[in-house]
Design a protein around this ligand. Structure first.
Ligand code: GTP
Ligand code: MG
Length: 345
């Protein structure tokens, strides 16, 4: 992809802060750091090869560590022997081995939770939406998925004055007016909230994938401490572009790659990734709820937490936690109001 095109796409991240004004994190230890080696530290990789690799999308050690020999020979123009050495060196530097349960526990201590501002919903989620994980919310139109996305933005920005949120909007439903209302409801300055949300409109699935891939580059280039990435909606473009059974395998492959990008963003930067998903009718289902999330097993497996949102009685909303690694399944009932979510007993 030409640099100019990437630049145009990146400019769609709305950001008004000059670099010099970017605040430094007050809790650097809250952000999990990646290995600091660069591509040119690999054996046989000079400046020219590193540039070729970067242009072909290999930006860090992980990308090289999981590449195949053929890919590297083709993109970097190196011999197979050099490619093998590069991959082995990248793998060594990645510490891709095992770690003890204690080490995992220590890492988990860095994880924080973003409150929904609603006790029922927070309790259901064990305190809020986790960082370093993907939380998927699926449900029919108007069930409140987009409202939750807006609210999480405001709440993380309120909790952490250095935090930024990224909103990848595929359906043109990001509303700054709604952010203002939620900010006022949460007792924070609406302009401060809006300044720290970077919004990008994704026009098709490729654009959406590219925007997600660019989040880490943007964090590095602009020095922003991103704590939340919202993808609203995760599946609408994929659903519209791949129609018919014949295209299913390709769609799932692309979705899988996108989910991997999002999982990597979440895990390596201690970011909360929130994705919304639509449902489709299952006309053959007579009992229970005749709806099913889009994206099949690919989305289901890649999401750490899955919530099913539905409309309840008298304008209420019911969130049902249906998949979580360490929480009991359950339900929370709330109402969407102008200033936020409120509990319904
Ligand atoms: P799709 O994107 O169409 O699949 O739906 P969604 O699940 O994203 O729905 P969304 O989050 O946009 O929820 C819309 C609903 O939120 C509306 O039908 C209202 O019930 C509620 N809502 C939105 N804004 C307001 C508001 O300012 N005040 C109140 N009281 N409710 C609101
Ligand atoms: Mg929506």
């Amino acid at each position: 992809m030409a640099e100019a095109k990437i630049k145009v796409i990146m400019d769609e991240f709305i950001t008004e802060e000059p670099k010099s004004k970017v605040l430094k994190s007050t809790e650097p230890d809250k952000v999990l750091k990646m290995e600091k080696l660069t591509l040119s530290d690999l054996p046989g990789v000079g400046a020219a090869t590193a540039e070729k690799l970067e242009q072909a999308g290999y930006r860090d050690m992980m990308a090289v560590a999981v590449a195949t020999l053929g890919e590297l020979v083709e993109t970097a123009g190196v011999t197979e022997a050099v490619a093998r050495k590069m991959i082995n060196a990248a793998r060594d530097s990645m510490k891709m081995g095992f770690e003890t349960g204690m080490e995992v526990l220590k890492k988990r201590a860095l994880i924080s939770k973003i409150s929904t501002g609603c006790t029922n919903f927070d309790n259901l989620m064990g305190g809020g939406f986790e960082t370093s994980a993907i939380t998927e919310c699926f449900g029919e139109f108007g069930s409140g998925k987009t409202q939750v996305g807006h609210l999480l933005c405001v709440n993380i920005l309120k909790e952490d004055p250095d935090a930024h949120a990224v909103y990848i909007d595929t359906e043109n439903t990001f509303r700054p007016e709604r952010i203002k209302q939620f900010a006022l409801g949460a007792g924070m300055n609406p302009e401060d909230a809006l300044t720290r949300i970077m919004v990008a409109r994704a026009f098709n699935s490729d654009h959406q994938m590219l925007l997600a891939e660019k989040v880490e580059t943007m964090m590095a280039e602009q020095g922003k401490k991103v704590r939340l990435v919202v993808v609203d909606s995760l599946t609408s473009h994929f659903r519209a572009e791949f129609i018919g059974r014949g295209t299913l395998a390709e769609r799932q492959q692309k979705l899988n790659r996108h989910m991997h990008t999002l999982a990597k963003i979440a895990n390596t930067n201690n970011i909360c990734v929130y994705v919304t998903n639509q449902v489709m009718a299952k006309p053959d289902q007579f009992f229970g709820d005749p709806t099913q999330a889009i994206g099949g097993h690919v989305v289901a497996h890649a999401s750490t937490f899955r919530i099913y949102l539905r409309k309840g009685r008298k304008g209420t909303r019911v969130a049902k936690l249906i998949d979580a690694p360490n929480l009991a399944d359950g339900e929370a009932c709330f109402e969407v109001t102008e200033g936020g979510l409120v509990d319904v007993k």
